[in-house]
Design a protein around this ligand. Sequence first.
Ligand code: FAD
Ligand code: NAP
Ligand code: SF4
Length: 689
Amino acid sequence: MSNTPAYPLLLSPITIGGLRLRNRVLMGSMHTGLEELPDGPQRMAAFYAERARGGVGLIVTGGLSPNPEGVHWDGMSCFHTEEEAARHRPITQAVHVEGAAIALQLLHCGRYAHHARGVAPSALRSPVSPATPRAMTEEDIERTLNDYANAARLACWAGYDGVEVMASEGYLIHQFLTLRANQRQDRWGGDLAGRMRFALECVRRVRVAMGPAPLLIFRLSVLDLVEGGSTWDEIAALAAQVEVAGASLLNAGIGWHEARVPTIATLVPRAAFAPAVRPLREVVGLPLVASNRINDPAVAEAILATGDADLVSMARPLLSDPDFVAKAQAGRADEINTCIACNQACLDESIQGRLTSCLVNPRACRETQIVIRHAPRRRHVAVVGAGPAGLACAVTAAECGHRVTLYEAADHIGGQFKLARRIPGKEEFAQTLRYFDRRLQALGIEVHLGRRVRADELAAGHDDWVVATGVRPRDLGWDAQPAGRVMSYVEAIEHPQRVGRRVAIVGAGGIGFDVAELLSHPRSVQPAEGGQGPGEIEADGWTEFAAEWGIDLSSHARGGLLPPAAPASPREVWLLQRKPEALGLRLGKTTGWIRRTLLARRGVRMWSGVRYGHVDDAGLHLVVQGEPRCLALDTVVLCAGQEPLDELARLLRAQGQSVRLIGGARQAGELDAMRAIREGTEAALEIGR
Ligand code: FAD
Ligand code: NAP
Ligand code: SF4
């Protein structure tokens, strides 16, 4: 056996500003919504302490504004007074006890405010904001800079090891830096020196206010991805002067919030933006942090090995698995519950003002509510169905000390979720099933694959029954004549080569969009098996992704933007829905626009207000916005939702058995993997109590 430690670069210590960090993993900033809860400090202490216990070197908190104008929305907490700062002492103490360092992120959102008091360098509304901000006066600027300094002083007083000054993603400081948002003609705008003044003055004042505290992290945008964004020369000039002004670490930011280029969604190849940090080596001596879509220790190690950066930032991966670092350290990286970058339970919730969590880890931000411990009574539990609901239930029940037997009709685990990984850009979904597979083995769960359970088989031998038999695709009863013309999404996803050149997709929910993505993708006519394995950096994926979205990593073009070049669709595709509204409005808040944009660029026709007729030799007969039409087609793919597969539960109940029914089998409407995994976890926690 080799004695080489796992991930030697990632797990090696580094000293910054005199502070020794135990490894190179920085937990990136995430506003979770815990900040606003009455018991927020206790819950944040539990949340961060769990990540620190799991081995993270340095934690950066969710962003807090140094004054009330800088918050995103009314009611959001800020970091302005001694009373507010005192609430943070339990957090810093809890993290330090576990051996990690922690810095507070200072974030003034400027024109991204969702309230009437928003201020910005110029009175220019952003495309993603509801209101036009007020242009800051000289007095506003002076006061705001002092508020940053005051907040930094208070942070150190509350026990933080320093602060991160958020100057990327299009927030206030970034707004001052760019022509896009700063049209001032006074000394705070105009030429580059004028536009940089606010950022540099902020760093200088914060440095002084922090006293001897070691960490002054500057989050610098290395790629703006918006028109009117910075050029490389401007980024380099800023980085050099930020170092002189007193920063101790540069953390890379990618893209403004209003950018129309995906930066963290699951279709972004792993570590795609890490090379954008490297050129900073030529202009600063500060340690550098790479970020975005780094979700695997081998990928992080590879970035450090290239010399592109000195640390890696991971945010969502530590929601998914607080023990990420500890597992990597112990040589158990294959047991990491990998972030699949879906945004469903984290960003999509957070931007609607709801508490953040994680699709694959419902305990995230509920550490004090969902506590996994042995149940007082050990039971023998039968779980039927190994989709996300059944898998989460089986694993959690075993973690609670029960003996668990899992039955699955198919010859593999995963249920409907297993189909998702075949969609281009969703390959990461395979990681969740790899994780569950490892947990089933590690916990000694008895798994029976290829075993369709009947009601009479289950009665004996088990104390508790959980039915997670999931869903079946809705069959519209359309005649499949001529043979093969109408098919379910399951067949289309598993055998895309059977789908003809002219295809209509009936139903434009999440699955309809996924099927349209697959069938309009060149890869669907040359199907490839498998997904990213742990540790792979998708070099080829990057070329395709960069071309499709028009990205110039070098930022030689202003904002790092080039004209996008979408690949031609190998098929003519129509995506249809009955509702009169635009298609895709109910997709994820932070990802729906990406999916609509991709399909539109590939020429997929998206029709709403459709009434379906019948399919015959001529094609699909329908009425569109009141006008009768017949689409000549090779294939119709049904993506018209699902129905619950609950016969087993009904039969068991009819026999007088008490069963727990979870996931799609309980209710197919409004079902997604987030609800399935949450219900599976919650059901397991009730057993034996
Ligand atoms: P299922 O996944 O249907 O699993 C039920 C399991 O029970 C199956 O494996 C079945 O074989 C087994 N079973 C049934 N009857 C028996 C029996 N009698 N005995 C033994 N075993 C039995 N959700 C998201 O949240 N985000 C996404 O991005 C996403 N993308 C998707 C993409 C595609 C292409 C598809 C098809 C689905 C996607 N979903 C997504 C939806 C998600 O996969 C489902 O919501 C989830 O799988 C439902 O979980 P479940 O465990 O309730 O049911
Ligand atoms: P869905 O989102 O409920 O969409 C079903 C679609 O079928 C709707 O567009 C509906 O719209 C149409 N439909 C319903 N009944 C019909 C009928 N009788 N005849 C014709 N059309 C009908 O369900 P889904 O697309 O099957 O997805 C299942 C779950 O997986 C959802 O919860 C979804 O969120 C989740 N998922 C999520 C993602 C993601 O990226 N987040 C991706 C895939 C799946 P009209 O009635 O207006 O036509
Ligand atoms: Fe990652 Fe999705 Fe969990 Fe967010 S919800 S942390 S994106 S797996």
